[in-house]
Design a protein around this ligand. Structure first.
Ligand SMILES: NC(=O)c1ccc[n+]([C@@H]2O[C@H](COP(=O)([O-])OP(=O)(O)OC[C@H]3O[C@@H](n4cnc5c(N)ncnc54)[C@H](O)[C@@H]3O)[C@@H](O)[C@H]2O)c1
Length: 277
């Protein structure tokens, strides 16, 4: 009886046997989310376009007894998102949770310094993978009459020097609201987790990697550093807890949204940002 009343025992396996896809799970926040959902009993599809990180995450999960597969896909295309769903369905026969985590600003600078190509690349990195992920999973979750989608937003929507990235994340906030309204009737919940600035100690693939061996060109080092420091100071001044986050803090909030503990939560946003929002 005492064990049943222990909140840690109740919460420990909230995702038992739920099939969870985590995109961008090869490193950083995505990897922490994959680990946390696996710890809580989920079967994990580790989706990324970089084999090294995806393999590390998948190996770590399977070594700890978590059912996991690797999906090497480019999620900037709809066909990549469809391939990811096919791999998940073939391996596990259902998809209960989709975490659309791929994203991250490539450049930091005032908007007038972005080229047309750079703006497109930012949207391709931070908006399209979430749009395609949602579009590809909805028919499957509709058929199941159940599912939880968690999209990863950002505090950049009120920050400096990342206008195209912030536009992507603003789009993700709108997407979460609209899809929650359209698909609640199918038992599908859609929520957003918006992290604040977070330290990623184990990054394998830099943000400047554009795929297929191509790296983005940056500003002169000195100028880029000036913009970055101004951006960081602005974030710090908005926060109540004046520090950067760690990936596990976001993973904990995602695990809640993914689980049935959040069964009456949809169309909502959790800001995990030290009170920045
Ligand atoms: N780190 C932060 O400070 C921070 C703050 C706010 C929001 N976020 C958001 O959290 C999420 C994760 O951030 P992070 O810092 O851990 O990211 P990251 O750049 O460290 O990792 C992103 C992962 O996504 C993969 N990826 C990139 N493009 C892909 C594509 N087209 N198809 C498949 N995989 C692709 C990369 O290979 C990489 O493994 C992003 O959405 C980011 O915008 C991060």
């Amino acid at each position: 009886m005492a064990d049943e009343l222990d909140p840690r025992a109740a919460g420990a396996r909230r995702l038992k046997n739920k099939v969870c896809i985590v995109t961008g799970a090869g490193q950083g926040i995505g990897r922490a989310i994959a680990r946390r959902l696996g710890q809580e009993g989920g079967k994990i599809v580790v989706a990324d376009r970089v084999d090294e990180g995806a393999t590390q995450t998948t190996d770590e999960l399977t070594e700890h007894g978590v059912g996991a597969i690797k999906a090497l896909v480019d999620l900037s295309t709809f066909s990549g998102a469809e391939e990811m769903m096919d791999l998940a369905m073939k391996a596990f026969g259902q998809i209960d949770v989709l975490v659309n985590n791929v994203g991250g600003t490539i450049w930091m600078k005032p908007f007038h310094l972005y080229t047309e190509e750079e703006v497109k690349l930012e949207l391709e990195r931070s908006l399209l993978p979430t749009l395609w992920g949602c579009r590809a999973v909805l028919p499957i979750m509709m058929e199941q009459q159940a599912g939880s989608i968690i999209n990863i937003g950002s505090q950049s929507v009120r920050g400096l020097y990342r206008a195209p990235y912030a536009s992507s994340k603003g789009g993700i906030l709108a997407l979460g609201k609209v899809l929650a309204m359209e698909y609640g009737r199918y038992g599908i919940r859609v929520n957003t987790l918006s992290p604040g600035g977070t330290d990623i100690p184990d990054r394998i693939t830099p943000r400047q990697f554009l795929g297929a061996g191509v790296m983005a060109e940056g500003l002169e080092q000195e100028q880029a550093e000036e913009f970055r420091q101004e951006m960081v100071a602005d974030i710090r001044s908005q926060q109540s807890l004046h520090r950067r986050g760690v990936p596990d803090e976001h993973a904990a909030a995602v695990a809640f949204l993914a689980s049935d503990d959040a069964s009456f939560v949809t169309g909502d946003v959790i800001n995990c940002s030290g009170g920045q929002s």
